[in-house]
Design a protein around this ligand. Structure first.
Ligand code: ZN
Length: 189
């Protein structure tokens, strides 16, 4: 028996890693979780520190989710989607509230670098250019998501992942995830 409770990072981080492994978010050497206070050092730590410093985050999750990676191959500088229920699970830091289902969700995409630590410059720049975002996609690599608490970071990572997968599937069907159905005239019958 552990001397720590189930929500102590010593128990929580392995538990979350186990869940994320089964979701395909963290496999091989990829991905990680950081929770403020008592966090384990990892290769990603300087990047996690950016979200703590720039955003006052309480937790950061980094995944190599295939859905996130595929999205970075289908979009140029920004991922955009609208009119999806799961958008309501994403908090906009600039607005200080969760988005509505019919609002635009935008996630900046930065270019990958041969060494993960070298992402710090462009990640910091994306945080400044997109003061509302709680995620940054990295091309052919994955996504960083942060929240006020580990629970919020986890929930938002799940919502983002759903939306990334949805966007990929929509594009495969020839549908535009950024299309606003309310801006069009409804068909006559
Ligand atoms: Zn990574």
């Amino acid at each position: 028996m552990s001397a720590y409770g189930p929500e102590h990072p010593r128990n929580l981080i392995p538990e979350l890693c186990n869940q994320f492994y089964h979701l395909g978010w963290v496999t091989g050497t990829g991905g990680g979780i950081s929770i403020k206070d008592g966090l384990k050092k990892s290769q990603c730590t300087p990047l996690f520190m950016l979200a703590y410093k720039e955003r006052g985050a309480g937790a950061v999750i980094h995944t190599h989710s295939p859905h996130a990676v595929r999205c970075t191959l289908l979009y140029d500088k920004e991922f955009t989607i609208t009119h999806q229920e799961m958008i309501k699970g994403i908090k906009d830091a600039k607005l200080g509230r969760f988005l509505r289902y019919d609002e635009n969700l935008v996630v900046p995409i930065i270019e990958n670098t041969p060494f993960e630590r070298d992402l710090a410059g462009s990640l910091g720049e994306a945080l400044r250019q997109y003061p509302g975002t709680s995620a940054v996609l990295v091309r052919r690599h994955g996504v960083y998501v942060w929240g006020d608490t580990w629970q919020q970071a986890k929930t938002m990572t799940e919502c983002y992942d759903y939306l990334f997968e949805m966007a990929v599937e929509m594009k495969k069907l020839g549908l535009d995830p950024a299309f606003n159905p309310e801006a069009q005239n409804k068909p006559v019958n």
